[in-house]
Design a protein around this ligand. Structure first.
Ligand code: NDP
Ligand code: HSE
Length: 436
């Protein structure tokens, strides 16, 4: 059978990996796909670098629209990134009747609903395995492997840069700014690492997983997002003493009132497997009512790990191209007419346990005042440590863990505690998830 003809838009880190792995494993891939998969044309702004990579094995052009207009091409891979030109090109490829494969989590999270609607209309596929957790086949697992389950929650370490930073802060006791510089030196964090450290990249990924898990539209704009820039090394140490690790988790949960969708630094019991995911690795834990807990672990970024997911999509699309559009796996797992409009809960309505650190005057009655306020807001204490005041100091740290409560109760209690004259600094509040 004639090989599938592919147009590759962008041959940077991931595009280069896709080209190399497709070349290296072409025989194995063909045996799986049932026909050859051939990169017909590469479009990249840097034509000379692209030509060097391709070595005459594909045409190289500067203008991506040439690829989209080429009737020979069946599948377009978008590996440019962002939601500027990449969005236009994806929409134009769909309008031209091409199937699309992309690794672009920002594009899918922000414009996925419009993209899938256009693809549905045209009867083409848009595949995006590499958009969440790079090489880990988590989209496939959620969309197909777990399709018997009512998925209850997902919690994931889906940003390698921040996980590397948190691991280094814990291992070496360094502060955030020092480790960020190291992450940039090692090439983990980008020159502008805002999307990583502010939690936006993780929120893109968890928004995509939430839609697939619960059969709801993509709602990135409603996600609660906190990054790791405000995290102190001292809280990582106290968490450790209490038996917890702090990770930047993307969390989405089904509750009777709606869906929780949030990204923030989170204490997790140190004995959980996911708490031991270190360095730039990713892991996603999913709880389904039938299967219980499942955990997916691997490289969430990098040239060939990400190419692995992109090529898996190419194989899927190749196999399914001849299938009736109504019999393909739906983009967001659920049939478009069966999507639900479950509300995303405002942050005040989510339920969590909490870690609190209070810098308090070292004098009689302080603890009693604080616990009274917590009790009046229905916040129950689970564990508490008080550090001995340093010699000559008249203040000390009070660290406590609470049982689960509504965020609004916790915020009201903190507001009151903050007004006590014996509380000497801003109360530090982190959320805690047992993931049991
Ligand atoms: P790169 O910046 O390395 O590659 C993008 C390439 O696209 C560059 O070669 C760039 O050329 C080229 N390009 C830019 N504009 C155009 C255009 N208008 N037409 C044609 N080519 C263009 O990015 P990555 O490979 O790292 O990322 C690609 C996508 O994969 C992004 O969406 C990213 O979020 C996603 N992703 C990346 C991962 C990773 O590990 N890197 C992991 C998971 C997902 P030039 O350099 O000349 O600008
Ligand atoms: N910047 C991302 C990370 C790349 O650090 O995980 C993969 O999406």
């Amino acid at each position: 059978m004639k090989p599938i003809q592919v147009g590759l838009l962008g041959i940077g880190t991931v595009g280069g990996g896709v080209f190399a792995v497709l070349e290296r494993n072409q025989e194995e891939i063909q045996r799986r796909a049932g026909r050859g998969i051939h990169i017909h044309t590469v479009a990249d702004l840097n034509v000379s670098r692209a030509k060097e990579l391709v070595q005459g094995r594909a045409q190289v052009v500067a203008d991506a629209r040439t690829v989209i207009a080429d009737p020979e091409i069946d599948i377009v891979i978008e590996l440019i990134g962002g939601y500027g030109i990449a969005k236009d090109l994806v929409m134009e490829a769909i309008a031209a009747g091409k199937h699309v494969v992309t690794a672009n989590k920002a594009l899918i999270a922000v414009h996925g609903n419009a993209i899938f609607a256009a693809a549905h209309e045209k009867g083409v596929m848009v595949a995006f395995e590499a958009a969440v957790a790079g090489g880990i086949p988590i989209i496939k697992a959620l969309r197909e492997g777990l399709s018997a389950n009512r998925i209850e929650w997902i919690a994931g370490i889906v940003n390698g840069t921040t996980n590397f930073i948190l691991s280094e802060m814990r291992d070496k006791g360094l502060d955030f700014a020092t480790v960020l510089k190291e992450a940039q030196r090692l090439g983990y964090a980008e020159a502008d690492p805002t999307f990583d450290i502010e939690g936006i990249d993780a929120a893109h990924k968890v928004s995509i997983m939430s839609a697939i898990a619960f059969g709801i539209p993509m709602q990135f704009e409603q996600a609660h997002i906190e990054g790791i820039t405000q995290l102190s090394a001292i809280d990582i140490r106290y968490a450790e003493q209490l038996g917890y690790r702090i990770k930047l988790l993307g969390i989405t949960k089904r509750t009777p009132a709606g869906i929780e969708l949030r990204v923030h630094p989170t204490l997790i019991p140190a004995k959980r497997l996911i708490a031991n995911v270190e360095g730039a690795m990713n892991a996603v834990q999913v709880f389904g009512d039938a299967v219980g807990t499942t955990l997916y672990y691997g490289k969430g970024a990098g040239s060939e790990p990400t190419a692995s997911a992109v090529i898996a999509d190419l194989v899927d699309v190749t196999r399914l191209m001849t299938a009736d559009p109504d019999n393909r796996v739906p983009h967001l797992a659920f049939q478009p007419e069966a999507m639900q409009n479950l509300p995303i809960l405002p942050m005040s309505e989510i339920t969590s346990s909490y870690y609190l650190r209070l810098c308090v005057a070292d004098q009689a009655g302080v603890l009693a005042e604080i616990t009274k306020i917590l009790a009046s807001h229905h916040v129950s204490i689970d564990a508490l440590i008080q550090k001995e005041a340093l010699e000559g100091e008249r203040q000390t740290d009070l660290v406590m863990l609470t049982h689960a409560t509504k965020e609004k109760n916790m915020l009201a209690a903190i507001q009151e505690i903050q007004c006590l004259p014996t509380v000497m600094a801003d109360v530090v509040k982190l959320r805690l998830e047992n993931l049991s």
